[in-house]
Design a protein around this ligand. Structure first.
Ligand code: UD1
Length: 430
């Protein structure tokens, strides 16, 4: 078990490079098996979730060749098995994207039913509704979803909730169905658009991704492509919010500023300076943060994956702020940990009522999930004294070299794996 140890109190300064979007990459890697030709994917983040999905893809018989840390070649012509092992879905829910990819290509797929997770119950009824509308029979047998069809037929599907996963999964299956599929009330997240662009680069015919109606004209076959994944909006936002919490001035490179608008707007509201460049954003904070209210919403609203990070910043702002979580039911678990660091936060169902404090005090805390884990690191960077964050494997699922990137901005943070190393760190940094 590894921990982060942090000596807080330093402002962050300098530049940081953002990697490829994890959530786009998860879907694109699954979609890459839909052709028998070789696909080259670049700008992959080297994070645990991606590496597990690559193993799952190998597990069904595809050839996966890691060209370098951020590039992979995949060939799906050797797939021998359309059933995905439980081991992978247990480690990463997003291996359910293999359901849409395999169903589209082979008209059959079997994937274990994903359970809940630390942020809520996370049903997949809308994915299954979409597959059924395309003519697949979907059964749940021994804890697995089995979807099959003689032929998939284009259809009109209205999503009852705006779901990123369902939009992408249905889009993949429909890319190889007969005729036209319409997905209404589709998710508009940048990674939905990235997956559509990737499929189109393989010969699919998808229009309207990024709006709430996606039109997919099915094609018989997909072909090889070379594709570079978009930058990670949430990794970028996490560094931006870290500057808000610690103060300083950081230029976040390799981003698409448009994807960060909801985050930049909130940073401006709370008193940070934000300057947008072509492929970079500079965030500065001098002086105390101001209060605001935030409600998470589907894109282009404020992302739920940035909710813990902005809460950490707002808990240091002057006055009362309210954060409302409208996407997931159980996403404030980290608040108790923040309170242990001196924050004043009261949770009432899906709302956090925050009374800003002047500072955090270092404490031993534990990461309950990926984004909340990153948020606790930010709190540690802003805190007086030493913070130890346990359970950082959650953070490693989605942030590449998090501590290295923070150190390059002047943070004092180390990854350790024993109490002895924690003691050594304490002695060294005082
Ligand atoms: C994706 C992201 C996750 C992000 C979330 C919302 C990946 C791998 N994960 O998750 O980081 O927090 O989008 O931006 O891309 N829902 C249903 N039925 C369904 C599907 C979803 O009721 O069939 C509900 C969910 O419980 C949730 C809401 O819809 O309340 C949105 O979920 P969804 O957009 O599907 O999230 P994911 O794709 O799982």
């Amino acid at each position: 078990m590894e921990q982060y140890v942090i000596k807080g109190g330093n402002p962050l300064n300098g530049t940081v490079e953002i990697g490829g979007a994890k959530n786009a990459a998860l879907a694109i890697l699954a979609a890459a098996i839909m052709t028998d030709e070789t696909v080259l994917i670049e700008n992959l983040p080297d994070v645990r979730d991606i590496n597990v999905l690559l193993e799952a893809i190998q597990g069904i018989g595809a050839i996966v060749e890691r060209v370098n840390r951020s590039t992979v070649r995949i060939n799906g012509s050797t797939i021998s098995d359309v059933s995905v092992d439980y081991e992978y879905i247990r480690k990463i829910r997003a291996s359910y994207y293999l359901l849409g990819a395999l169903l589209g290509k082979y008209k059959k797929a079997e994937v274990p039913l994903p359970g809940g997770c630390n942020i809520g119950s996370r049903p997949i009824d809308q994915h299954l509704k979409g597959f059924k509308a395309l003519g697949a029979s979907v059964d749940i047998l021994h804890g697995s979803i089995s979807a099959r069809a003689e032929a998939l037929k284009g259809s009109e599907i209205y999503l009852d909730v705006v779901s990123v996963g369902a939009t992408i999964n249905i889009m993949m299956a429909a890319a190889m169905a007969d005729g036209l599929t319409l997905i209404e009330n589709a998710a508009k997240e940048p990674h939905v658009v990235d997956v559509a662009n990737f499929l189109n680069s393989m010969g699919a015919n998808i229009k309207g991704a990024g709006t709430d109606t996606i039109r997919i004209n099915g094609v018989k076959k997909l072909h090889k492509t070379e594709y570079s994944i978009i930058p990670d909006q949430i990794e970028a936002g996490t560094f931006m919010m870290a500057v808000a919490a610690t103060g300083g001035s950081v230029t976040v490179h390799n981003v698409i500023p448009k994807h960060l608008e909801a985050i930049s707007a909130k940073l401006l509201e709370i008193g940070c300076q934000v300057e947008e460049m072509d492929d970079a954003v500079r965030v500065e904070r001098h002086g105390r943060l101001k209060k605001t209210n935030v409600k998470t919403l589907p894109y282009p609203g404020f992302p739920t994956d940035m909710q813990p990070q902005i809460t950490v910043a707002l808990a240091l702002a002057e006055g009362n702020s309210i954060v409302t979580e409208s996407i997931f039911e159980n996403r404030f678990k980290y608040a108790d940990e923040l309170v242990r660091m001196g924050a004043s936060i009261k949770i009432k169902s899906n709302t956090a009522v925050i009374d800003g404090v002047e500072k955090y005090m270092g404490a031993r805390v534990s990461a309950p999930d990926l984004r909340a884990g990153a948020a606790l690191v930010i709190a540690g960077l802003a805190a007086e004294g030493i913070t130890v964050v346990d359970d950082i494997e959650y953070i490693q699922r989605g942030y590449e070299n998090f501590e290295g990137k923070l150190r390059s901005l002047g943070a004092i943070i180390e990854r350790v794996s024993s109490e002895k190393e924690i003691q050594k760190f304490r002695m060294r940094v005082g």
